[in-house]
Design a protein around this ligand. Structure first.
Ligand code: ATP
Ligand code: MG
Length: 295
């Protein structure tokens, strides 16, 4: 296996329901409900992540389901970003970072020795906390990935499609040659989403994509996430409990535990349907966190 194959999603997974953004109002509403029919696109099995000798996150097992939004919540330092980065091998870029256990994408181990991390990131893209457009035009930002992949023809259509998919086309269609850096923060984040979807990944990882945005820009991105979930599988890290409750189908709650030796590790406390996590969690620690009693 020298590259990651993308097998066709099943029909059952394709029918995963997505609720219109207008239904995203109250905490715990998650009216769409998680789709039990959605098969996992990815799976973490007993995953631990180390920085040097320090085990930052210990023994995480959870599925990432097709065309569903999975939220990762928990207090600062519990390892959310660490786990998120492990899903597309971004941790490879951090000296001393190491992953044990197994992370599969369509049943293929993404850390197998013959798997190319660049290929992994083509299928599993990432949007960062702070919008990071390249100092290039809006057009060139979006065309960057396809060009890197050798696409020469049809770029105009790809750029338009990606900007439309990121709900930015109408705002920028008359100034595609303008620098991406000249856009507002919320527009820049949507430009980064357009840049990510231009290479047609299957999974999009988002690490607190709204934390630098005002409420209006945030609601635009949340609405966009809902639209994107029709075509993409999304994993989002968020500190915003209402956001997790509003947008996600599944939620994983992480916390940091101190073991007998006095060492702190991030642990996955509970993974379940978002509606269950926010209305009737199985673990007291989850309840304490979502009700603001701890963390
Ligand atoms: N590049 C790194 N090198 C060494 N240790 C790191 C690195 N990145 C994170 N850590 C450590 O790993 C643990 C988990 O950090 P991580 O950034 O994943 O937490 P987080 O849940 O995303 O926190 P936050 O909500 O503040 O973003 C922390 O103890 C942190 O200090
Ligand atoms: Mg983080």
């Amino acid at each position: 296996m020298s590259s990651i194959d993308r097998t066709s999603p099943t029909v059952a997974a394709k029918t995963a329901s997505v609720t219109p953004a207008s239904a995203m109002t109250t905490v715990g509403a998650n009216a769409s409900g998680a789709s039990p029919a959605a098969e996992p696109v990815m799976a973490l099995d007993d995953v631990s992540v180390y920085y040097g000798d320090v085990e930052a996150v210990r023994n995480v097992s959870m599925p990432i389901r097709h065309n569903q939004i999975t939220a990762m919540i928990g207090p600062s330092g519990c390892g959310k970003s660490t786990v998120l980065r492990s899903l597309n091998r971004m941790n490879d870029l951090i000296a001393g970072a190491r992953v044990t256990g197994t992370i599969t994408y369509h049943d293929q181990d993404i850390y197998a020795p013959n798997v190319d991390p660049i290929q992994v990131r083509r299928h599993i893209g990432m949007v960062f906390q702070k919008a990071n457009p390249f100092p290039k035009s809006i057009y060139d930002n979006v065309a960057y990935g396809p060009r890197l992949n050798g696409v020469k023809r049809g770029l105009d259509d790809i750029v338009e499609e990606a900007l439309t998919g990121a709900a930015l086309w109408d705002e920028v269609k008359d100034k595609l040659k303008t620098s991406g850096l000249a856009l507002s923060g919320g527009q820049q984040q949507r430009l980064c989403i357009a840049r990510t979807i231009a290479v047609k990944p299957e999974v999009i990882l988002m690490d607190e994509p709204c934390s630098a945005l005002d409420p209006i820009a945030t609601s635009k991105i949340e609405e966009l996430m809902y639209q994107l979930a029709a075509d993409y599988t999304i994993v989002i890290v968020t500190h915003n409990m209402q956001q997790a409750a509003r947008v996600s189908h599944y939620t994983s709650f992480f916390t940091a535990e101190v073991d007998d030796a006095g060492v702190r590790h991030g642990r996955l406390v509970e993974f379940d349907d978002t509606s269950k996590i926010f209305t009737n969690p199985s673990e007291q620690r989850t309840e304490d966190y979502i009700t603001g009693r701890f963390g």
